[in-house]
Design a protein around this ligand. Sequence first.
Ligand code: F3S
Length: 287
Amino acid sequence: MNRKFEIVTSPHRGYCFGVMRAMRLIEQGLESFGGTIYTLGDVIHNPLEVERLRTLGVHPVETLDEVPKGGTLVLRAHGVRPDLIDDARRRGIGILDATCPFVQLSQRHVKQFADESIPVIIIGDREHPEVRGIAGHAGENALVVKDAREAALVKPLDRAGVVIQTTFSRSEAEEIIAALGERVRDLRVRDTICQATETRRDAMLALAREVDCLLVVGGRNSSNTVRLYQGCVDSGIPAYLIESADDIDPDWFSAVRRIGLSTGTSTPAWIIDAVLARLDEISRESA
Ligand code: F3S
């Protein structure tokens, strides 16, 4: 079967600025703190990279009880609640803060709203660690809404301050804001959607117009990866979400001339390289 094809990669692939910064801090932490550091939950939403980091001494934990006194805890790019940082310090745990500066901005906005006694509404997924962390900065009284239906059920308010999960879809956020506008007289919206995810999505949609199918490489637990993949599916082009080169089925490419490749913001270069090498191999095998 002739499967020879061309591979076109998105110019926006691999780590975003925030994840790159977090990984650099982790490397520095490993050098400075005796080879073992801890993260609350997985440091990034990529199971293969989490496993690689574990072998280097980066240990995910579920609670602070698992971090020894004098140990070092890395705050992930998603950030955490401020009371957790206070608790860690009380326990004699060192903090290495890898919270993405864009997430820190959301945290500052909600703190300011809360300090001015303005009710806080966060647009996002209430189970996402970033949203949970931001809610903590609002003093635990933040309301989280994930869609226009929930927004329409918000009790009428005189005023409210709004931030948006950094990786949220802009079009969905706009629908929610319109619905909130019907419920809140003075709605103060801070646009905290991260440009990196929007740029990546736009580049992928442009790529989708030039190719016969698209591969999105990233963790299935990564919300921005899943959103990218969903964007491909919505555009009507055949698309596959893969975590590694092992997930590739050569039969996907039997009638394909050009394959596009994009990735989530927490996909490391070594996984992308392995995927490209595997695609090249499949193309050459069948030439
Ligand atoms: Fe930060 Fe945006 Fe990445 S919020 S972690 S730069 S996707």
